[in-house]
Write a protein of this length. Sequence first.
Length: 153
Amino acid sequence: MAITATTHLNFRGDARQALEFYRSVFGGHLTLVTYGDFGMPADLPDAENIVFGQLATGNGFSLMAYDAPSQSPAALPPAPTTRANGLTLTGDRFFVSVSGETLDEVNPLWSALAADAEVIEKFGPSQFAPGFGMLTDRFGITWILQVTAPYSA
């Protein structure tokens, strides 16, 4: 029996746009189900929001997301993620980490996610990997991208 973990992202009305953007980055099949599809009357504010969204690719990448109902209490926004003195400083409770085996595999993902993003650490060689970078995308999600191949200086 195999056990897998899938990152599930919570949004406030822009899950559809985020998942469509992530599909443009990673490819794959996108499933979007609205609250209205589950029977919510069309005249209610959340009817067109996503209650179940999933992106799945042929290489095993999977991501889920939904729009928290508008009645949910709004959480205080976390402090932005930054780098200072070799440390990652953050108020985020999670990051999404994506690893690939080669620079050729990871570079295009970085380039696509970096559009309109706040780059925390530019993608490039690091002490522990031939490629590593961190950014917060246009939807407020912090991503770590890295190459898992052994680093040789």
